[in-house]
Design a protein around this ligand. Sequence first.
Ligand SMILES: [Zn+2]
Length: 235
Amino acid sequence: MRFVSALWELFLNALFPPVCASCKSEGDFLCARCLGSLAKRRIGRYSPRARAPEFASLAGVVYALDYAKNPQIRAAIQQFKYKFTEALAQPFAKLIAEKVGELGMVKGRRLILVPVPLHAKRLRERGFNQAEVIAHAIQTQWPHGLCEVQNLLVRPKETSQQAKLGRSERHQNLKDAFILNKKIVHKTASQNLYFVVDDVCTTGSTLDSCAKALREGGINPVYGLVIARSMARSK
Ligand SMILES: [Zn+2]
């Protein structure tokens, strides 16, 4: 099956060569030049211990890029999410894994990546959960056995799309949107370090709401992990 799908991909690439989501040059979904030109976030003084005051349940958010400094990345993320360009997950995951690797707190720990779940209906419409695709791509960047993707959360309620809402509406929309996945028996361990994975973080409501559900299940602390943080924040 894998061979057939690899052949199919070759065939499609010949017909429709990948185009860089940023500069539109042919050859790759995000070309090496554009990847290299991204202004990566310097972690420097990041202190995960100091909980960001704007979050009720989340201990902090780790992100690789700022939208404001990298306007080109918005197009790439939207292409990944809405045009089913799964191949873009790899360069994104590489950026994220690099960032996580710079954190002192990950040393000797096992990363548990919890993708932000989609409601079943949205999943059917889109065909894949972009957060889950990113999480699995990050796992492949990490030493074997030290990173696991676990679908610990489900989204039973159909909520409005966050992107269309203002800041306070976002909070209300997501109130209790996520619950623990009863199909998974998860044993917490002190070695585990928990990250809720999503593509972007705007106000952090989605990640915070996920962290709340995990904490109710005895998992704490919980961090967010995203490709980019949007700086356009509505107050
Ligand atoms: Zn490019």
